[in-house]
Design a protein around this ligand. Sequence first.
Ligand SMILES: Nc1ncnc2c1ncn2[C@@H]1O[C@H](COP(=O)(O)OP(=O)(O)OP(=O)(O)O)[C@@H](O)[C@H]1O
Ligand SMILES: [Mg+2]
Length: 269
Amino acid sequence: MIQLDNKIANFTNNDIVKTPVQINCENVNIYYGDNHAVKDVNMPIHEKAITALIGPSGCGKSTFIRTINRMNDLIPIARCEGDITYRDINILSKKVDVVQLRKEIGMVFQQPNPFQKSINENIQLPLKFAGVRNRKKLKEITEQCLKEVGLWEEVKDRLDRSATGLSGGQQQRLCIARALALRPKVLLLDEPTSALDPVSTSKIEELLSQLKKDYTIVIVTHNMQQAARIADYTSFFYQGELVEFGLTKDLFTHPEKKSTADYISGRFG
Ligand SMILES: Nc1ncnc2c1ncn2[C@@H]1O[C@H](COP(=O)(O)OP(=O)(O)OP(=O)(O)O)[C@@H](O)[C@H]1O
Ligand SMILES: [Mg+2]
């Protein structure tokens, strides 16, 4: 067993209950023009569990996670091949209704990006766009989502004020609440805490650990303690390849590949 920082070795989920695979990625290749950014990745994403993607800068983590809800469609030179199977559909197929897909697979980014509108509108605009018109229903869902992210007590008296007046950590929880409003099945988070202070970070970690009861979560993180603390499964990416995937505890304590061992023990990256 390799030597790890005490904090890294402090796993919270030793008693993991294995859940079924919800999304299966097979032979996923992603290119930006000639740059082969993700190379033949095969990886399961388990339902109602947290899967962390780790690896050094530029190894393809964001490229890969963005592909799961077709965000790479927005990059004209990006091209994806392979199968990402979710509920018997191939997410990468041209036939997929991307708007519907993103309702089921929501995403949160590194920089909190609330709309420059009121807290209420941040939650309610996507709902209205999705066809929810009933005002009572809109209010109910708003309250419920803000409670789910632990923000309700902090903001219930200022729902009509601008979301930009919230702290960074509050804004990020609002963005998670906004993603939850559409009742997705899967939540993708690309370094959601890297712009936040330690207290806000720990609130979001606790929140994600709660949310996995109801949602499948995939998180990109540079923080190995974070992966060890909250993730059930971890994938180590290096130079576009998925080097190793496994239960977080196994990957951190008995990595099979030398490059995984080198990375998690801080020898590079
Ligand atoms: N929009 C883009 N257009 C062209 N190339 C891109 C684009 N985004 C990423 N790349 C390239 O794809 C490769 C993987 O980048 P990606 O952003 O996925 O890495 P990452 O693991 O998320 O890195 P970081 O930890 O720094 O966020 C890199 O070579 C990068 O330059
Ligand atoms: Mg990235």
